[in-house]
Design a protein around this ligand. Structure first.
Ligand code: NAI
Length: 354
C-alpha cells in the first residue's frame, strides 16, 4: 500500500459547485478513485504546517502546488524516511529543497508546460493593467467618481515601448509571442540563448541584463527561483531599471527584494509593479506588497485557471500511476532524479550560477 499526501488549497463552496476545480483539497486532483481502486491511501490536507508534519513519517508520495505551497525543507525530509517522490501540481518546485531531495535520493517532478499559457496570458494582462493605469481607473468607477485627469496622467500606450523578458523559457517565449501584435521591441536575457532563427521567429533580441534593464519600459520576470535568482532584483538591480518603468513578476516572489521594491515604488523610480507571486504564501495580511503604491497584484492564481488545473491534474495522475506501476516518469517532468538535479532550468543555477 502506498500513502500519498496532497497539500492543496481549500476550495470552499466552489469545490462542490465547480467540479473542475481539481486543484483543491476537496477534489484532490481526481486522485481519489485512482488510489482507492488500487487499495492505496490518499490524505488530502490544507494545512502545510502541523498537519503535514503529522503525515510526513508515513508518506511515500507528497504532492504540493505553488499556489498554496508546502515548504519541504531538509529537516522535514529527514522526518519522512519513506518519502520517495515529491510532485508539484503545476510548474516551479522551489518549495522543495531540491539539493536535499537529491542527497536523499528522492525524485522530484513537476507538470512541465501545464500552465504556461495561463501564466503568459496573465503577464500580458498585468502589463496592460499597469501601463494603461487600469486598476485606479476601475476603482474610480466603483467609488462613483469621474476624474479623467487623475487617471489619464498615468496612462500610456504599450505600442513603441521596450519590454525585457528575464528568463525566456516556455512562459517567457509565450509572452513574447503574445506581445507581437502590440508593436513593442522585445529584449531578453536568459542564461541559455536561443538560436538566431528562434530569436527571429519570436522577434526578440538577446541582451545581458546589465544592458537590458536600463532600456526597458517594462520588465517581465519569467525565470525559476534558484540560488542564482533569489533576490536578483535587489536595490541595485531595481536602481538599474529605467526611471518610470514597470516590473511584472509571475515567477516567484523571492526573486524580488520585498523592501527594495516598496522603496522603488514609493520614490517613483518604478511606476508600477504587478504579478501574482509572494513570499511567504499565503501572503500575511500585513505583507507590504498588499499596500504599496501603484501595484496590480493578484493572489497566486495565474497558473491555476480551470484549464490549467485540468492539465496539471492529468499530469499528476499520470505520474502517480507510473510510480505505482514502477515505471519511469516522463523525462520532461523530472527536476531531481538519481541523486542529481536534472532539469536544465535548475541544474544550471545549482551548478554554475548566473
Ligand atoms: P522554463 O524552465 O521553461 O523556463 C525558465 C527559463 O529561465 C529557462 O529558459 C532558463 O534557462 C531560464 N533561467 C534559469 N535560470 C536563469 C537565470 N539565472 N537567469 C536568467 N534566466 C534563467 O520554465 P517556465 O515554464 O517558463 O516557468 C518559469 C517559472 O515561472 C517557473 O520556474 C515558476 O517559478 C514560474 N511559474 C509561475 C506560475 C504562476 O502561477 N505564477 C505558473 C508556472 C510557472
Amino acid at each position: 500500500m502506498v500513502k500519498v499526501v496532497a497539500v492543496l488549497y481549500p476550495g470552499g463552496p466552489a469545490a462542490k459547485e465547480v467540479p473542475e476545480l481539481l486543484g483543491c483539497a476537496e477534489n484532490a486532483l481526481g486522485l481519489g478513485p485512482l488510489l482507492k481502486a488500487g487499495g492505496h491511501e490518499l490524505v488530502a490536507i490544507t494545512d502545510a504546517g502541523a498537519e503535514l508534519d503529522k503525515q510526513l513519517p508515513t508518506a511515500n508520495v507528497l504532492i504540493a502546488t505553488p499556489f498554496w505551497p508546502a515548504y519541504v525543507t531538509k529537516e522535514r525530509m529527514e522526518r519522512a524516511p519513506h518519502l520517495k517522490l515529491l510532485l508539484t501540481a503545476g510548474v516551479g518546485s522551489d518549495h522543495f529543497d531540491l539539493q536535499a531531495a537529491a542527497d536523499r535520493g528522492i525524485t522530484v517532478a513537476e507538470i512541465t508546460g501545464s500552465n504556461v499559457v495561463s501564466v503568459a496570458e496573465h503577464v500580458v494582462l498585468q502589463i496592460l493593467a499597469l501601463v494603461r493605469n487600469f486598476i485606479p481607473s476601475y476603482q474610480e468607477v466603483i467609488a462613483g467618481g469621474w476624474d479623467i485627469g487623475k487617471i489619464a496622467a498615468r496612462s500610456h500606450d504599450l505600442e513603441d515601448k521596450t519590454v525585457g523578458i528575464f528568463g525566456l523559457g516556455r512562459i517567457g517565449q509565450r509572452v513574447a509571442a503574445r506581445l507581437k501584435p502590440f508593436d513593442v521591441r522585445v529584449l531578453y536575457y536568459d542564461n541559455r540563448r536561443l538560436s538566431a532563427v528562434e530569436e527571429q521567429v519570436l522577434g526578440v533580441r538577446y541582451m545581458h541584463y546589465d544592458a537590458m534593464l536600463p532600456q526597458c519600459d517594462v520588465v517581465s520576470i519569467n525565470a525559476p527561483l534558484t540560488p542564482a535568482t533569489e533576490r536578483f532584483f535587489d536595490k541595485r538591480r531595481l536602481a538599474q531599471m529605467k526611471k518610470g518603468s514597470y516590473l511584472v513578476n509571475t515567477a516567484r516572489g523571492k526573486i524580488v527584494d520585498t523592501d527594495a521594491l516598496v522603496a522603488a515604488l514609493k520614490s517613483g523610480h518604478l511606476a508600477g509593479y504587478a504579478g501574482d507571486v509572494w513570499y511567504p504564501q499565503p501572503a500575511p495580511r500585513d505583507h507590504p506588497w498588499r499596500t504599496m503604491p501603484h501595484h496590480a497584484m493578484t493572489p497566486h492564481v495565474s497558473g491555476t485557471s480551470l484549464e490549467a488545473q485540468k492539465r496539471y491534474a492529468e499530469g499528476i495522475r499520470e505520474c502517480v500511476t507510473r510510480f505505482l506501476e514502477g515505471r519511469p516518469l516522463d523525462r520532461e517532468y523530472l527536476i531531481v532524479e538519481g541523486g542529481k538535479i536534472v532539469s536544465p532550468s535548475y541544474a544550471y543555477a545549482y551548478g554554475k550560477g548566473t
